[in-house]
Every structure is written in C-alpha cells, then in structure tokens.
Design a protein around this ligand. Sequence first.
Ligand code: NAP
Length: 499
Amino acid sequence: MERTKICLCLTGKTLEEDLAMIDRYRNYIDLAELRVDFLDYDERLSLRHFPERAGLPVCLTIRRNVDGGMFVEGEAARTTLYARALAFAEQDARKNYAYIDLEDDFYVPSLQDAALAFGTRIIRSYHNMTGAERNFRERMERMRTTGFEIPKIAFMPQSLTDVTNVFRESRELRDMDHILLAMGNMGMSTRILSNQLGSYLTYTTCADSEQNLSALGQIDPKTLCDVYNFRLQDDNTKIFGVTGWPLKVTDSPRLHNSGYQAHGMNSVYIPVPSDSIDNTLTFADEIGMQGISVTVPYKESVMPNLANLSAEAGEIGACNTIVKHGNDWNGFNTDAYGLRKALGEFLGRESLFGKKVAIIGAGGAAKAAAYVVKQLHGRACIFNRTVSKAKKLADQYGFKYAPLGPEGLDMLEYYSNLIIQTTSIGNGCFDQEPNDTNDPIYFYNFHGHEAVYDVIYKPSRTPMLQRAAKAGCNVENGFGMLTYQGHQQFKLYTGVDYE
Ligand code: NAP
C-alpha cells in the first residue's frame, strides 16, 4: 500500500486566496482539496481552470451543510457546479480535477461517467458530524459501487474508545484504497498516524487563515511534517504521547518531537485527549504506545493501573509519566524534578530555608510542589478550595493549611515570601483582566516583595501573574518546569539525555 498523501483543504473565499495557500505549503502537500462551498458566489463560476493553475492534483468538493460544509443552495445548483468543473476535459490529465468528492447519497450517473471517462477518481464520502461509526469494512464495500472509487468515512467520536476502534478495524481495510478518520480534538491521532490506518490521504488546514478547519481536528501541513515527522513515520516508528482532558493546550508534542529529531530517532509523540485513563491505556495498547505523559485529571487515577511506581511518585502520590516495560506500565513523577530545577533558576538559590511558602491548590501539581518545598527545607501553607485535600497534603509534610478564599487571607499574608500557584485557574485565559474566576487569589493584594511562580505557562502571564507583576513582584510561569520535567521524561522514554 502506498504512503498516505497529505491533502490541504482550501478554505479561501477566492481562488486567488486558495492558490496562495497552495504556494505557502507546496513543499509539504501532495494534493489540495478545493472546497467550493467556502468560495464567494462569483468565484464559483471560474472553477474549470483551477487544477491547471494549482499545478498539483486537486480534489473538487462542494460540501453540504449537513455534512459539515457551507453549501446550502440545494442539489440542483450543486450538480450544475460539478458539471461545470468537469466539462471540456483536456487530454492532459493534469489540467482536469484528479479527484471529485461525491457523498454516499449523491448519485448522478452522468457526473460519475464524466469523471470515469477522464480519469477523475471519485471519493465516495460519508460524514457523521454528531456520532460514532463502526463496521467500516461492511459500509465501505457498500459505498464502493466500482473499484475506481475511494470510500471515505469521517465521524465525530464520542469517546476515545471510538478512536481505538478506528485503529483496530483499519487492519481489515489494508487491501482497498480508503479514507478513514475520526474528527475533532479526540480524533487527532487518526490524522497524525493515518499511515498506520492505511488511509489514502490525511486532510490538513491552513490553521491561521480566517476560515479554517482546525475545529474538526485538522492541523496545518507544516506542523504535521515538521513537528509530527509525518513523512518519516513507518511501521517501526515508536509512539509516545500525552493524555489528559480536555488537553486543549499542550507544548509537550513540540518538546518531545524536536528531541527525537535532534537525536535522529524514529519516534513520534502525539496528543491523546481522553475521556478516561482506562480508555487511554486500551488505546495505547492498540496502537503500541511505549510511554505516556499523564496530565490533568489523571495523575492519580492512573496509579492503580501500574505494575510498579517509583519511590518518588509513591511519596508524592501523583504520577505524570508512565513507561511500558514488556506488558507492564511503570509510573514515575517528573514534575518534582522540573519544579525544583525551575524554582532554583527563578530564585537563584537552591534552599528555601527560612522561607514561608504558599502553595495554592492541592491537586497533582501541588503534591509535587509540597514535596519539593519540603526537600528544600521551606515552611508552607496549602490553600485549596476543597479544604480536606489541603489538610491531607499539609499533614503529610507537617505544613499548615487554609481555605482558598478571603477566609484564608491572613494565612496567605503570612506565607507570602514565595507563592506557588498550582490550580488550573487561569489556564488558557489569554488577554483577560484578573477577576474572581480567572485569578485563584483575587482576594489578595500583592505588596511587591513576593516571589510568585505559576505552574501554568499558557498564557505566559496568567491574570494572577499580571497582577503580581504590576505590583512589582518577581514573577515566573511554568514553562521552565514543563521543559525540565519533559527532559526527564525523554530520558525515561528513550534512555538518552535530551540535551
Ligand atoms: P489537578 O490534580 O486536577 O488539581 C487541580 C487543582 O485546581 C485542585 O487543587 C483544584 O481544587 C483546583 N481547582 C480547579 N478548578 C478550580 C476552581 N474553579 N476553583 C478553585 N480551585 C480549583 O490538576 P494538576 O495536575 O495539579 O494541574 C493543575 C494545573 O497545573 C494545570 O493547569 C496544569 O496544566 C498545570 N501543570 C503544569 C505543569 C508544568 O510542567 N508547568 C505540571 C503540572 C501541572 P479542588 O481540589 O478543590 O478540586
């Protein structure tokens, strides 16, 4: 079976915009899909010569609203546009459309005959924008009325189990050209690992253009090739990744994949947004993953699934890294190492002796923070919404605890030499003024003497950090922690130092 082709979906309002998108990514793509439904009305009249102008194979698609597209003018208008695009076929096939996408329920014999006569391959597509699909072989055999058609099934997974099933069932499709993908954030692995699925092509988008298809899980061709090493993936590629939910913002793929590239390793690291840690582990076994970074909210729930846990992860009570040894998953915690190293750089000292530290939060990151503060001989108070969790963590290290709110203000004033923010509040809050929903210590007025470390790194300054910086505090975000904990994970996954 041939390698999966990279197809760029053209979502411009004009043909000129679409040509500019092709030129931008020409070295990264094998073909382009002209999405006529995105074009301004007048532009649709000039479809016929687009393949010649594009200078690479083009698929013609006029996607209806019901299938996730923008076309609402009805089937008669659509048929006329298809006919216009296929008319006056040239002997030089490069001047004709190489592919035409016709939905499963759209049968117009004259269009099909015209396509077949001039070598335009039909992609026979089926989309389910709201639910999951199974039994792909059976459905594709029904969709393929001639061997010349490429059946395509795209659906919206409701659980990672639906994505796992795509990989499982794809083994039965090896002998036929087909396109199979799960849409949305959860289905992103079916786009990055589409070679594993034997999919004829994978769709990509111009992610920073005004109209794009990122919401469907498409990524831009440069990221697919440069970050995810798409062209070099093969049956021997080792697969790693990061799991969590909703996992919307993560820099881990960039960090790990550039490490593999720097060391010339045949490995790829993918995001695995998952609705449960059990589903992640089943998915990982199905596709043969060798190591997984575990993030919110699974750092604790992953632990019962492990054959072995490192002493440090056991003491911290949270695991952010699992590595496959034989059939077993072994767990580690690299957050503590990352935070210790990042804090050392931020404060310019190794010890917290004599320092009074506020740890905001009592989840996985807070557990690593409490462990580090203890190791560095600091004294701390844990502040958390759920006070019982703050107490439990504080008791483990002989620290104080308090509620996270105005009732805890006096304690926060006292433990304010260093404030380590570890809740998820502020994560993803770009360009927002601080308020009581995006700033976990909105009730506290910074004096300017505090050192403030927020483990969140996107945005680079959370609303809380903005407020602290404005008051003159020394502030830092969690990018250093992410980087250093990632370096240690890299070593655990590959046995090699990151740098
Ligand atoms: P976690 O185990 O789920 O803990 C979440 C914490 O946030 C808990 O203390 C929780 O309080 C608190 N929280 C969540 N929503 C809240 C709300 N609306 N009001 C008050 N408190 C709230 O998550 P985690 O693993 O510790 O991660 C927390 C954050 O740290 C995430 O944003 C993660 O991305 C970041 N992180 C960064 C790094 C890095 O390398 N830079 C490493 C680890 C984590 P309750 O106990 O009351 O629910």
